[in-house]
Design a protein around this ligand. Structure first.
Ligand SMILES: [Zn+2]
Ligand SMILES: [Zn+2]
Length: 363
């Protein structure tokens, strides 16, 4: 019954979320491409007008990109404001319904007779496995079938063949087996009673903890990953395996030597919630987000609403620079110098329309 309830919660929360993101991405992408994409004639007229007015093309492009940034910040703030107003205006908001459902489910889970370690492993690994495999399978189908109307969002010509997919699947299953043991051990030896508190944390606390998890994860990943490249020994014996993939797909996110998986990939996700002794529900949410992010970062497709895969894809293509997951430490320590001068950098953002193919053509 408990396992059934847990699976029910996981399936109900994650699968619709995942499917909705993909459906929105595709539909919105296709619709807005038709509306927003400037024709070749319009682009040429634009450029001719710019040259005639004495403004340099570089200045025009940089100004256009700044205007776009301001516009997107405006749209984001506007959307947040609109959503907030809607939430406050409604009597019983979707937020209340979600919180009530979570509270009920949580009360049931902690009241069950199953051991905490088993429940924790099922929740955390369940979240990871559902997101990981649903994304890996969707992107594998896209890579192998390459629907013509979606090709504009594919960021590299090459892709993995069936043989490589089989190799990846086997190693990934091995690494996920290791993760399961580590998650169980983490629950048994490192997580104390506060993480099992009967009261779920407030939404603001959850958001702040998730942000802190993202920071901790970036610190571990940047320095750990950079060390893998600085030390020839570590690179030649461990990290090389992840770099046999030059055009990644979602499944390659954890296609890595088991030692790299244990010392880099696993702690990158676990360190934040572990250091803060987060509530189990935050462990679950962070695992789902981190899995979603690393899979889109390795997906090889740059769809609207998805986090940009350009940054890490550049790392796989050239084997240098871009050691973090974000561009924060890389900018500070100047380990993304070349990347910053490429067109990949210009399109390295989350698109809310399908302008990616148009931008790629312009730059
Ligand atoms: Zn690397
Ligand atoms: Zn990678």
């Amino acid at each position: 019954m408990d396992t059934f309830l847990l699976s029910f919660i996981l399936l109900n929360l994650i699968i619709p979320f995942n499917i909705t993101v993909f459906a929105l991405t595709t539909l919105w992408g296709i619709c807005s491409l038709r509306i927003d994409l400037p024709s070749e004639e319009e682009k040429e007229t634009d450029i001719k007008e710019v040259v005639a007015s004495g403004i340099s093309i570089d200045w025009y492009r940089s100004a256009t990109s700044r205007i776009k940034t301001v516009k997107s910040v405006g749209i984001t703030l506007g959307s947040v404001l609109w959503m907030s107003l809607l939430i406050f205006a409604l009597h019983s908001t979707p937020y209340d319904i979600i919180i009530d459902t979570l509270n009920d489910a949580w009360t049931h889970i902690i009241g069950s007779s199953a051991e905490h370690d088993s429940i924790f492993t099922i929740i955390v690994m369940g979240g990871h496995l559902i997101i990981f495999w649903s994304m890996s399978i969707i992107f594998m189908i896209l890579d192998l079938t390459r629907p013509v109307f979606m090709i504009p969002w594919k960021i590299q010509e090459e892709g993995l063949n069936v043989r490589k997919y089989i190799q990846c699947t086997l190693l990934v299953i091995c690494n996920q087996g290791i993760s399961t043991i580590l998650v169980w051990g983490m629950s048994h030896y490192l997580i104390d009673g506060d993480a099992w508190s009967e009261t779920l944390p407030e939404a603001t606390e959850i958001i702040l903890q998730l942000l802190a998890c993202a920071c901790a994860s970036e610190v571990w990943f940047y320095f750990g990953h950079r060390l893998c490249h600085l030390s020839n020994f570590i690179y030649n014996h461990v990290h090389w395996l992840h770099h046999t993939i030059t055009a990644p797909s979602a499944i390659t996110a954890i296609y890595a030597h088991p030692l790299e998986h244990i010392f880099i990939n696993f702690p990158t996700t676990a360190i934040g919630p572990l250091l803060m002794n987060c509530h189990v529900i935050v462990f679950f949410m962070w695992t789902v987000l981190a899995t979603f992010d690393t899979c889109s970062g390795h997906s090889g497709w740059h769809f609207p609403f998805m986090s940009s895969p350009e940054f890490h894809d550049f790392h796989h293509s050239f084997g240098t620079e871009n050691f973090g997951a974000l561009n924060f430490f890389d900018k500070y320590f100047q380990t993304s110098k070349t990347f910053l001068t490429t067109c990949n950098y210009i399109v390295d953002k989350v698109y809310r329309t399908a302008m990616y193919p148009a931008d790629k053509r312009i730059f």
